[in-house]
Design a protein. Structure first.
Length: 310
């Protein structure tokens, strides 16, 4: 399976798009009222648009094949925010070149089936060739995009929750579909990337801000394997791993693409994953680019190499 072709995936997350549109009073009932207050009190300063624009300009100068966005594109789920986010995504790239999974802020309040993050549905579609890998009955998520022998599986962990809760959940149907897809892709020797907003770990305060069915996801990844798991949500640069029957799976969390350094969270970054098939396995190099201060130029901040056996 040796090939000279390298596939490069760019990974952005937690856009928290600025500016916030001016809401009508009736739109600020319940959870949105608190979120709106928090945005203007502090979050607006933490996610200045100029950092995001600077990061995207740098990204577009790098060689890459596809962009993955792992959620929290908007803030309090106003209809105008979803429209602005759609325009921003369209400027980032075409729906064929950009994949998006939603985060908890994209499901801030309950929305209709054609509302909210569903307005970005064209960025959350499966590829034409994905059908043979899908279960007989499946929903919009997971979606599956294929790029040669590299597969990107997009999961939605976005669920509406009560104020101050930022938890996520996949649900049984999505978990079962993921299990099926990972098994099918493995038989055909794909490099399998799983992307979701929440980290796939069972951690402290799980009910408040974690993935509520993380144990189920960890069990699926352990049994079926994957070559890479990507997430956002924590706004931190995290490189961890999950055990699987086949090999350890690198699990990589990217910081927010718009964040100014805040408490223990770093300034904005994005990641590039360069994937190539070697004699006996997959080589993946992670390069992290970003800023360390608001006015600093964008530069390479970190680089790691990973190897997964066929
Ligand atoms: Fe976020
Ligand atoms: Fe989040």
């Amino acid at each position: 399976m040796v090939t000279e072709k390298t596939f490069t995936l760019a990974h952005l997350s937690d856009i928290h798009l600025d500016p916030m549109p001016r809401p009508r009073l009736r739109q600020l009932a319940g959870k949105r009222m608190i979120g709106h207050f928090n945005w203007h009190r502090s979050r607006k300063k933490i996610h200045p648009r100029k950092i995001l624009d600077k990061l995207v300009t740098d990204l577009k100068q790098q060689p890459f094949d596809h962009i993955a966005v792992s959620g929290d594109v908007v803030n309090i789920g106003l209809p105008e925010e979803f429209d602005n986010a759609k325009k921003w995504l369209e400027q980032l790239g075409s729906p064929q070149n950009v994949s998006v999974v939603p985060g908890n802020h994209d499901a801030y309040v309950r929305q209709g089936n054609d509302q909210g993050f569903w307005r970005w549905q064209q960025f959350m579609h499966s590829s034409k060739g994905a059908m043979p890998f899908m279960p007989a009955h499946h929903d919009n998520f997971p979606f599956l995009r294929l790029f040669g022998k590299v597969a990107l599986v997009g999961l939605s962990s976005a669920i509406p929750t009560a104020p101050f809760i930022a938890a996520g959940k996949l649900g049984q149907q999505q978990a079962a579909a993921l299990e099926h897809i990972l098994g099918q892709l493995d038989k055909e020797g794909y490099y399998r990337i799983v992307m979701l907003h929440h980290p796939p770990f069972h951690e402290k305060a799980q009910w408040m801000h974690g993935l509520r069915d993380a144990r189920k996801l960890m069990a699926i990844l352990h049994d079926r394997g994957a070559e890479l798991v990507l997430h956002g949500h924590t706004h931190k640069h995290l490189i961890r791993s999950l055990p699987s029957k086949k090999d350890d799976i690198p699990v990589i969390g990217v910081p927010s693409a718009s964040q100014f350094k805040h408490r223990h969270k770093p300034c904005a970054r994005y990641n590039l994953y360069r994937i190539s098939a070697k004699e006996d396995g997959w080589q993946m190099t992670l390069t992290s680019r970003g800023v360390t201060e608001l006015a600093a130029p964008i530069k390479q901040l970190d680089q790691h190499s990973f190897f997964s056996k066929y």
